[in-house]
Design a protein around this ligand. Structure first.
Ligand SMILES: CC(C)(COP(=O)(O)OP(=O)(O)OC[C@H]1O[C@@H](n2cnc3c(N)ncnc32)[C@H](O)[C@@H]1OP(=O)(O)O)[C@@H](O)C(=O)NCCC(=O)NCCS
Length: 189
């Protein structure tokens, strides 16, 4: 039988699989135009629910995934952070990606970096990964700042046009960041 999805704990967060009661607050996060500024469009309730289903099947298939972030003290859903496999082929495939999406009121507190640190500890520890990548559109400076805070590095030679964004669209050009297990472990010493 497959192992149950891992639950991670950080000083301020519990990172756990999504539950039924997360669907409504998650849909509100995905419908917020500010949160979704760097995506083609906010998500409908149906698309948000489908994303939860896809996230949960990802955990079953890979043993890692996008964890629901909840405040350790009050248990409120703050968004997600975690590891996933990109759904498209790119020059850097195959790869495991780290990503994050937090409700607007949770920005500016270091919570994405705190959650991503736990996710990378898990990825390079229990999951045995050798490298993790992250990518975002050129304008998503906040997301790039998280990547840099984690010690991920950017080589302009890796940049790419996102194949699921229409060519010529301002959101098409993407920056790729990488971090190796060796570099992560060195930073955590
Ligand atoms: C990308 C995103 C997760 C970044 O969130 P964030 O809160 O800026 O990132 P961090 O958790 O690293 O927090 C850093 C900020 O918290 C501040 N901070 C406050 N307390 C802190 C603490 N204890 N530790 C670290 N940073 C702290 C930092 O100074 C920094 O502030 P600044 O933005 O004024 O420079 C968020 O903007 C988001 O959800 N965006 C929408 C979704 C999205 O675009 N996702 C990425 C798609 S690729």
């Amino acid at each position: 039988m497959a192992a149950p999805p891992p639950v991670l704990r950080t000083p301020r967060l519990t990172m756990r699989p999504f539950r039924q009661e997360d669907r409504e607050p998650f849909a509100r996060i995905n419908a917020d135009p500010e949160v979704m500024e760097h995506f083609l469009a906010p998500l409908s309730r149906e698309d948000s629910d489908r994303l939860i289903d896809r996230i949960n099947s990802g955990f079953a298939a890979h043993g890692f995934g996008l964890w629901a972030l909840v405040g350790a003290a009050e248990g409120q859903l703050l968004g997600f952070t975690g590891l996933s496999i990109p759904r498209f082929a790119a020059p850097f495939s195959p790869a495991v990606e780290i990503g994050w999406r937090l409700r607007r009121s949770a920005w500016g507190q270091g919570l994405a970096t705190e959650a991503a640190t736990a996710a990378l500890d898990f990825g390079f520890g229990s999951a045995g990964l050798e490298e993790v990548v992250s990518f975002t559109s050129v304008g998503n400076i906040r997301s790039q700042a998280v990547m840099r805070r984690l010690g991920m590095t950017h080589d302009p030679g890796d940049d790419f046009q996102h194949p699921l964004v229409p060519p010529g669209h301002p959101l098409a050009p993407h920056l790729l960041f990488r971090i190796s297990r060796e570099r992560w472990v060195g930073r955590r010493r």
